[in-house]
Design a protein around this ligand. Structure first.
Ligand SMILES: Cc1cc2nc3c(=O)[nH]c(=O)nc-3n(C[C@H](O)[C@H](O)[C@H](O)COP(=O)(O)OP(=O)(O)OC[C@H]3O[C@@H](n4cnc5c(N)ncnc54)[C@H](O)[C@@H]3O)c2cc1C
Length: 470
């Protein structure tokens, strides 16, 4: 809660209709959700052109661009369907897809530079990395775990549809209330020691806690800072050296009114240049604290990390003024930001990602218990991995594994995950599903051209072949 600007979600915030575990918690705690404003139009500030549009797909006049974008998004969904949610390394083409960066895939499949740029923005916004950093297999697995591209990128009907009135942190606070004194804040774990019967956890202040089992929900890349006795198995140690966190600074710019709405703009702008690739209206549902939330992502976050907060604020205002074509954005009444790269006990966000080769060679160790230590955390989830929903699912799974070890539940009661992804955006017989790709069009045009040449020059060609064979 900010005294001037009310509640600000500096971390995870958005909730989608398909995230049933978060929705259940919201209901259980008597919290309320509100819809993100998307009544007016989205702005596309792209390749020196500017337009406003409604819906998810930008309005390109050039049909080649539209077909190209449609084809790549549908291809990603179809490839994601081939990946087992609980074992992505078992996908039929796992090795091939994990050997490729997302950038290589984009360059291979996209025809137009516009589609390539839009895909770059999508990868930055969803994974907080550049396409050259991340494995294709990881992107497909993660997008599949969220139900497909449309689910993951959309506001209406997608992962960004709603927020919790009063802030997402209420979920943690209310869960902590239920646990009472068991929750210790500002108490980082520094050592986990397994004995024959117990596990002893030591915190930074030297306090020791004894239990029969431990569930670690620490982002796994940060496990390298905890001493394990006995030490972690070799491939687990290698895994945690190879799963970095994404790079992001989350920002909120406050204005005296939500003036953009009066100019038929909902506050969402997609930009291929400037510090913020994607921003969203963050005004409260009662109209108070008009604000634009902007993510500074990946390369932009790394470039701007050495600036002062005031310099970033200035750069963002100038960016919004250009992106929305309105000088009013130059006059904010407040600014808040959180640099997640500077958070010692996160090291970045939204979650880990895997560079090429890591998921196939080490991915299975993300989920595997080590003796009496079990692992939760959103990166171990098989639905909405990287999201709050995924963190809850992973916690439920780890808890059921421990209950089974304690003989409190039967084997068949141990948490089972849904076996397949629910990629709704690729249901058959939508218009998008029958549109051809640019490659198919070129093949078709090529075949027509070849047929015409054969028809037109058939006698000459026949003559030439006969002469040659004699
Ligand atoms: C800027 C930002 C925006 C996001 N937006 C969304 C969104 O809109 N919707 C969504 O669903 N998700 C979003 N996410 C992702 C979401 O917040 C995460 O998926 C979720 O918080 C993961 O939960 P977790 O419990 O796995 O890990 P975390 O929430 O990271 O919790 C891990 C905890 O472990 C603690 N810890 C670390 N080291 C130690 C140690 N040695 N000892 C003890 N404790 C330790 C950390 O302090 C932290 O409290 C966003 C994340 C960020 C950063």
């Amino acid at each position: 809660m900010d005294p001037e600007h009310g509640c600000i979600d500096l971390g995870g915030a958005y909730v989608g209709q398909k995230q049933k575990r978060v929705l259940k918690l919201v209901k259980e705690f008597g919290l309320e959700l509100y819809n993100i404003n998307e009544k007016e139009k989205t702005v596309l500030n792209f390749r020196n052109s500017w337009s406003k549009f409604s819906g998810v797909i930008p309005p390109f006049w050039n049909p080649i661009k539209l077909l190209d974008l449609n084809h790549v998004l549908r291809t990603i969904d179809n490839m994601a369907k081939e990946i087992p949610a609980d074992a992505p390394w078992k996908a039929p083409k796992a090795e091939e897809w994990d050997a490729m960066t997302m950038k290589e895939f984009i360059n291979k499949i996209c025809w137009t530079s516009t589609t390539k740029e839009l895909l770059r923005i999508m990868i930055e916004a969803v994974f907080t990395v550049e396409p050259w950093e991340v494995s294709l297999l990881y992107v497909l697995w993660s997008i599949g775990s969220g139900g497909g591209v449309e689910q993951v990128v959309s506001v209406e009907g997608g992962a960004q549809e709603m927020k919790i009135i009063g802030g997402t942190q209420q979920l943690s606070v209310k869960l902590a209330e239920k646990l009472g004194n068991a929750v210790k804040l500002s108490t980082p774990v520094v050592c986990i020691e397994q004995t024959d019967d117990n596990v002893i956890v030591t915190d930074l202040h030297g306090n020791k806690y004894k239990g029969r089992f431990v569930i670690s929900a620490v982002p796994q890349t940060l496990l390298s800072r905890i001493t394990f006795r006995p030490e972690l198995p070799p491939l687990r140690q290698q895994l945690i050296q190879r799963i970095p966190m994404g790079s992001i600074i989350k920002t909120n710019m406050f204005y005296s009114t939500a003036f953009w709405r009066e100019e038929d703009m909902c506050g969402t702008a997609l930009s291929d240049s400037g510090p913020v690739a994607a921003c969203i209206d963050d005004t409260k549902p009662d109209g108070s604290h008009p604000s634009i939330m902007g993510f500074i992502l990946a390369d932009r976050a790394r470039e701007m990390v050495s600036m002062t907060a005031e310099e970033r604020k200035q750069a963002l205002c100038e960016h919004y003024a250009k992106a929305f074509r309105s000088k009013k954005f130059l006059y904010p009444i407040g600014y808040r930001e959180n640099n997640w790269m500077a958070e010692e006990y996160s090291g970045g966000c939204y979650t880990i990602y895997t560079p090429p080769g890591v998921l196939t060679k080490y991915g299975r160790y993300l989920f595997q218990p080590v003796g009496k230590i079990f692992f939760a955390g959103t990166e171990t989830s098989t639905v909405w991995s990287g999201y709050i929903e995924g963190a809850i699912q992973a916690g439920e799974r780890a808890a059921s594994e421990v209950l089974y070890e304690m003989n409190l539940i039967k084997k068949e009661e141990v948490w089972q995950e849904e076996s397949s992804f629910d990629i709704t955006s690729s249901e058959p017989w939508t218009i998008e599903s029958i549109l051809p790709s640019v490659t198919n069009i070129f093949h078709f045009v090529g075949c027509i051209g070849l047929s015409y040449i054969l028809y037109k020059f058939y006698p000459i060609l026949l003559n030439a072949i006969q002469n040659w064979s004699i």
